[in-house]
Design a protein around this ligand. Sequence first.
Ligand SMILES: N[C@@H](CCC(=O)N[C@@H](CS)C(=O)NCC(=O)O)C(=O)O
Length: 186
Amino acid sequence: MLKLYGGAKSRASIVRWYLEELGIPYEFVLIDLQAGEQHQPEFLKLNPMGKVPVIVDGDVVLWESGAILLYLAQVHGELPKDAAAAAQVYQWVLFANSTLTQAMFPAETRDRQLPPLLKGIETALMGQSYILGKDFSVADVALGSMLAYLQMLFQVDLSPYPAVADYVARLQQRPAFQKGLMGARA
Ligand SMILES: N[C@@H](CCC(=O)N[C@@H](CS)C(=O)NCC(=O)O)C(=O)O
């Protein structure tokens, strides 16, 4: 069975959400981040960077939540075959995990960095339910997780961006979101 290594409150929840969406059975292996278990030799064999999430899927050992999401999407036939269409998925996963995440930290620059990005997401969501159009995809897991974290961790007010606020609310209603992203926080 696929193993997912994560902390109690960590980005492993993003992967958990997608595993729940795909209905893939998995074993969650809790790493005690407070105790520094991620820096122990046993864990560093899985991820030399000493960070979660990590998955072990047969012979495949993989870290970085975005890479894991895209791997799962490809293995389970959820990535478009067309290179240009697939690149749209990569674009949003990378945007969520790099540009958007960097704008969330540090706190001193958050108020300046975030508004232009939220405005851009608002524009992209105009007239559509999900970031790539009418259908839910792995790109929504990457982007929706970061937007949900913005609200949960930093209480960012999304009301100036009604399409973004509606989008996050729509994603939060998904059973897999509740089980994966919220359930893992307990
Ligand atoms: N970009 C990485 C970030 C991984 C990351 O920073 N994980 C944190 C938990 S959310 C971690 O393992 N922290 C422990 C440490 O840095 O010692 C990803 O998306 O997987």
